[in-house]
Design a protein around this ligand. Structure first.
Ligand code: PEP
Ligand code: MG
Length: 779
């Protein structure tokens, strides 16, 4: 049970919250507060003095009772008069007959000579005085302990309001400075671009990068410049301004009510000082410039979600730039407000931002979850500043057949949104605002490329076989349902690797068993004549889930990822396996476990399969009676253990993307060590030869599903080593089929045998170039 005074405190807190909701700037809030306090305390005068920036001058900022003309004018030094005394001492000053006090000072502008009692309470910002709240009465009044306690509560609230208002104000100023600076910067940049832009007839300078997925594309640039959303360039479906504005008001109102409720609850459960933080939130939700910015975005044709993401993002950035660490920490409040606003708006995670029309995505970095949510149909090409050629985002781009260039320095800075660009992901060039003759040249090249594509299409329905008739199986790597069509279009013989983590990334929470089953079933039913290899969750490394935050790790690729996460989350793991077994009732399915490093994990996975089977049996749910089980060979220890592991499983899937990085200690995403990440390194080739040999001798299946198989030079060696089943991004299948049809098995077998005798990859490469020339696969 609280005391009467506690209850009074709660009501005052509520009253002040209401005042914040009714006022739109600090002056108005303070004016309303002094009126409220005078009424509540039954005094003729209530005033608020605040310390100027010089930290020495107290200025009268709001008053009821003193002459209105004095507000903003009257100022006194710290220590001057009774008000100054309260600020100087940081103590409550309660005086009967103030005129008799030695520190009394008379300000004639205020007309305060009539008053016979004075109570001054200092205002603080983390122990530093920032002002004084005073009350005065005409009749002599001895202020009670309750009066002092109530006024102290109010003073505490006023302090938090003043601090917040100043914070918002300094952010506003910073924003203004920033936009003035940005305008200057843009002018300079533009003049540099103009200077560099060649006159018609000259060659245009191109930015250079590393080819991650070959191809040509042209169109407008979509610049993706942060992770909070895609402010300038991406948006939802066209919006109706009036209804979005209405939606915004509703969302704000809902959030304000929620904030009041939270404030009350925290006051009751914790303390008033814990609850005071919600004043910041309310002030923010009422802040004129915040609201104006939101409305402006909506008037510009954006949705509420977009406006919130953008504006909250800008504020966050401003907070994070604050010099004062305490203020910087307040960024958490903005995050909190932003999140609650978005949540009150509805579920935005299922409403991915979309590109308005086809274009080329230019970004500092693209995360796998971005790729999972973006509207693929409209992405013609991808350009990134970071250089992760083997990252999962790039893998997805490849699966979709989207030309991609990585490691293009200053791409974002050099590309104004919506400019015309050309992406040549064959020769590694990216042109911003190309000269007319460059555009013309690329138009011709694109026409040639689409003729070549046409030619390759002929191979779609032909069997994949060498010139001497040796058959090879080419399956597709898929991640999203949209990949299924691409796989079918390119003549894939089933799916050799279904990366199930990608559908997990596009959701707001873990999909339940039925969701997963429906998804897998859809894939399986699309390939009635071929198997679909479904790999269990492979998160961690560069693949995160928005709703499942892993611990911070120094070496995420060597950390808690993939099957390790699954084995530590048995329920999630078993649920996924059950869904896979259930999908197996609709067509041939294989079950694949990633990142196996030893025998114990195989046994543990087996146990979970048995649990899943028992569960389904008990429920009477139909599921496949036999599902071949395999493991990824992508950790060096698995290569060493291949002989023993092969006795335990039905097939191996060679994951060269990871195997190369682990064997050569070269991060697949780090451009600085790209040259060490070498698929043709002798150690890698020997490891591949060893695994192929084991699989052949023990009569188990082997499918290589790393990206390296989509390159003809690598393919030549892999085929020569004896591999006959591959899984790759589907758009590469026709090209590899065409390559195979000109290849003689004997040539490839000899080439593989020869390269295994070489000890440097440069020599291996030079040798293979000669072989390709001989079989006329190189210009
Ligand atoms: C691999 O590591 O080669 C592989 C196919 O798996 P992922 O690229 O999904 O890690
Ligand atoms: Mg892998």
């Amino acid at each position: 049970m609280g005391t009467g005074n506690d209850r009074l405190g709660v009501t005052i807190l509520e009253d002040i919250s209401t005042l914040i909701l009714q006022s739109h700037d600090l002056d108005e809030t303070l004016r309303n507060i002094v009126t409220l306090v005078a009424r509540r305390m039954g005094t003729e005068v209530c005033s608020i003095y605040l310390l100027d920036e010089d930290r020495e001058t107290l200025r009268l900022c709001a008053s009821i009772g003193l002459s209105p003309e004095a507000v903003g004018k009257v100022s006194l030094k710290i220590g001057e008069g009774l008000t100054g005394l309260a600020a100087e001492e940081g103590q409550v000053v309660a005086i009967l007959e103030p005129k008799t006090h030695p520190r009394y000072r008379y300000f004639k502008e205020t007309g305060e000579e009539r008053y016979h009692s004075f109570l001054g309470i200092p205002l603080f910002d983390r122990k530093i005085p920032i002002g004084v709240l005073t009350i005065q009465t005409v009749a002599p009044r001895q202020f009670s302990a309750d009066d002092i306690s109530t006024l102290s509560t109010i003073a505490f609230q006023v302090s938090s309001i003043v601090i917040n208002a100043r914070l918002l104000d300094s952010i506003r100023k910073k924003e203004e400075e920033k936009s003035a600076f940005a305008r200057e910067l843009e002018k300079t940049r533009q003049s540099l671009i103009d200077k560099e832009r060649p006159a018609a007839g000259q060659t245009n300078g191109a930015l250079r990068g590393t080819v991650a997925c070959p191809g040509l594309a042209s169109g407008v640039a979509y610049v993706l410049d942060d992770n909070l959303g895609f402010p300038e360039t991406l948006e939802d479906e066209p919006v109706e301004v009036a209804s979005e504005l209405q939606q915004l008001e509703l969302t704000l109102e809902k959030t304000r009510i929620q904030t009041l409720f939270l404030e009350k609850r925290v006051t009751e459960r914790l303390s008033q000082s814990d609850a005071a933080i919600f004043h910041t939130h309310l002030m923010f939700l009422e802040d004129r410039s915040f609201l104006e910015k939101l409305r402006r975005e909506i008037h510009a044709g954006h949705s509420v979600a977009f406006a919130l993401k953008k504006v909250v993002g800008e504020y966050l950035e401003a907070f994070e730039r604050m010099e004062d660490p305490y203020l910087r920490e307040r960024a958490a409040d903005i995050k909190d407000i932003g999140r609650r606003l978005l949540a009150n708006l509805g579920d935005t995670l299922h409403n991915p931002l979309q590109l308005k029309h086809p274009g080329i995505l230019v970004a500092r970095e693209i995360l796998p979850s971005d790729m999972a949510t973006l509207d693929h149909e409209h992405i013609r090409g991808i350009v990134t500043e970071t250089g992760e050629r083997n990252s999962h985002a790039v893998i997805m781009a490849k699966a979709l057949g989207i030309p991609a260039l990585v490691g293009v320095k200053a791409a974002v800075r050099s590309t104004p949104p919506e400019t015309q660009v050309i992406l040549d992901a064959n020769s590694g060039c990216f042109y911003v605002n190309p000269a007319p003759h460059v555009t013309e040249e690329y138009r011709r090249l694109q026409a040639d490329a689409s003729r070549e594509l046409h030619r390759l299409e002929e191979f779609r329905d032909l069997p994949a076989a060498t010139r001497d008739g040796e058959k090879v199986i080419l399956r597709a790597n898929i991640g999203l349902i949209s990949d299924v069509n691409i796989a079918l279009r390119n003549g894939a013989e089933g799916v050799g690797l279904y990366r199930t983590e990608f559908p997990y990334m596009t959701r707001g929470s873990f999909p339940d068993r039925d969701d997963q089953y429906q998804l897998y079933r859809k894939v399986v039913e699309n390939f009635p004549d071929y198997p679909v290899t479904i790999r269990t969750l492979d998160i961690g490394g560069d693949k995160g889930l928005p709703y499942f935050s892993p611990p911070r790790e120094d070496n995420p690729f060597m950390g808690w990822r993939s099957v390790r996460v699954s084995l530590d989350n048995r329920d999630i793991f078993r649920t996924q396996i059950e869904a896979i077994l259930m999908a197996g009732a609709h067509g041939p399915v294989k079950l694949l476990f990633p990142m196996i490093s030893g025998m114990e994990e195989v046994h543990a996975c087996r146990e979970v399969i048995e649990e899943a089977r028992a569960n389904l049996r008990r429920e009477g749910t139909p599921f496949a009676s036999h599902v071949p089980t395999g493991i990824m060979i992508e950790v060096p220890s698995a290569v060493q253990m291949a002989e023993q592991l092969a006795r335990e499983v039905d097939f191996f899937a060679l994951g060269t993307n990871d195997l190369i990085q682990y064997m050569l200690a070269a991060d697949r995403n780090n451009p600085l060590v790209n040259k060490y990440y070498d698929p043709l390194h002798p150690a890698v080739l020997h490891a591949l030869a060893q695994v192929t040999d084991v699989a052949r001798r023990q009569g188990i299946g082997l499918c290589l599903c790393g990206e390296m198989a989509s390159d003809p030079m690598n393919f030549l060696v892999l085929y020569g080593l004896g591999m006959r089943e591959f899984s790759m991004p589907a758009p590469f299948i026709p090209r590899i089929k065409a390559f195979l049809r000109d290849l003689d098995s004997a040539v490839a077998i000899k080439a593989a045998r020869d390269v295994l005798t070489l000890s440097e990859s440069a020599k291996i490469r030079a040798y293979l170039i000669e072989v390709l020339k001989e079989i006329e696969q190189l210009d």
